[in-house]
Write a protein that binds this ligand. Sequence first.
Ligand code: CTP
Ligand code: CA
Length: 228
Amino acid sequence: ESARPAQLDLAGRRVVVTAGGTREPLDPVRFLGNRSSGRQGVALAEAAAARGADVVLIAAHLEIAAPAGIELREVSTALQLQEAAALASADADIVIMAAAVADYRPVEVSEGKIKKDERGDSMTLELVRNPDILAGLAAAKKPGQVVVGFAAETEPDKAAQLELGRRKIARKGADLLVLNRVGWTEGFATERNEITVLDHAADIVLEAAGSKLSVAHRILDVIAERLS
Ligand code: CTP
Ligand code: CA
């Protein structure tokens, strides 16, 4: 998009973006995953780089190519993403958790391929909760750092969705929360997005719709205002 005037308002700023969806292995050939394409996170990384930032993109199974001119760190599981995010965030000005992180992982990962004959007609997977990476990053936040979360909700009612977002940002301790609605067809593999951004006081600070790149720039406008 060329509609945006060239501006380097993030020059010299270090930005960490996580994007994509984590995968939790069950055995050497299977995993539990999600439908995040990584498009909104990649758009944020691209937009931040275009505004002069030094960008680290922590990428979990992106469906699209990562933009040029950014540092890419590829991860697979939630625990790997946590480690990479903690490392990269230590000296970051902005941390954006756009990745869809698996809430649970299998308690056991089978050494060999799980065989039907050994399991019978039904099988139960035992899962354990993954750490909340965003809450951890927000708790470890350095002075002046801006920490941003995402919340993809399937709730169709706007007011109810906002209420979920309000509770979520309070729980996470992030500075900003980007809310969007997802469903069987909306949100994930699309080029467009429609978002609402809440601040720490749970006030709406932005509503935007458009291409994921234009939405990314609007989100960065809000973040840039909060940088010291
Ligand atoms: N997130 C995270 N670590 C997790 C789960 C989520 O850092 N283990 C981050 C996501 O990257 C996102 C934000 O938290 O920025 C909100 O994710 P979401 O799945 O909407 O919230 P949850 O707290 O997992 O709640 P739930 O899925 O039950 O709605
Ligand atoms: Ca979740």
